[in-house]
Ligand binder design. Structure first.
Ligand code: HEC
Length: 118
């Protein structure tokens, strides 16, 4: 008898977990995808340069002069840090999004660094 009560509890807990999974974090996730908000970071130019060398120059060129991807040498005159952050997080066209491979703070740092290139 006790066994049935226990499995009843277990079943209820599972249902509850599934319901929570689809309600609480689900909505948060959706908001994030629509408009990722850039975390505040203090610009660390050398960290940004290292990251760009590792992740971006294969497409944007070692001097950011362009290649597979467009020239980024004056990207700061056309895009704000927030716009760059959103684009790098989500990706665009054949450019991959980096939100799964880089920390939000790393992307924000690179976005600020690029936005200074005018
Ligand atoms: C696989 C190649 C590839 C990699 C790696 C890549 N990009 Fe891109 N990037 C592109 C392409 C292609 C575009 C143009 C996308 C479009 O407009 O359709 C682009 C566009 C951009 C733009 C917008 C430029 C503009 O003038 O509109 C920015 C900013 C940018 N990339 C930054 C980065 C940063 C920062 C990294 C590294 C974290 C990076 N990219 C890595 C290929 C890449």
């Amino acid at each position: 008898m006790k066994k049935y009560i226990m499995s009843g509890f277990f079943f209820t807990a599972c249902i509850l977990a599934i319901v929570l999974m689809f309600t609480l974090p689900g909505q948060g996730e959706e908001n994030k995808v629509v408009k990722p908000s850039m975390p505040e970071v203090v610009l660390d130019a050398s960290a940004a340069e290292i990251l760009v060398k590792a992740s971006c120059i294969s497409c944007h060129g070692d001097q950011l002069q362009g290649g597979v991807g467009p020239n980024l040498q004056a990207i700061g005159s056309t895009m704000s840090p927030e716009e760059i952050y959103t684009l790098v997080s989500k990706g665009k066209g054949i450019m991959p999004g980096f939100k799964d491979t880089l920390a939000e703070e790393e992307i924000a740092n690179v976005a600020q660094w690029l936005a200074q290139k005018k």
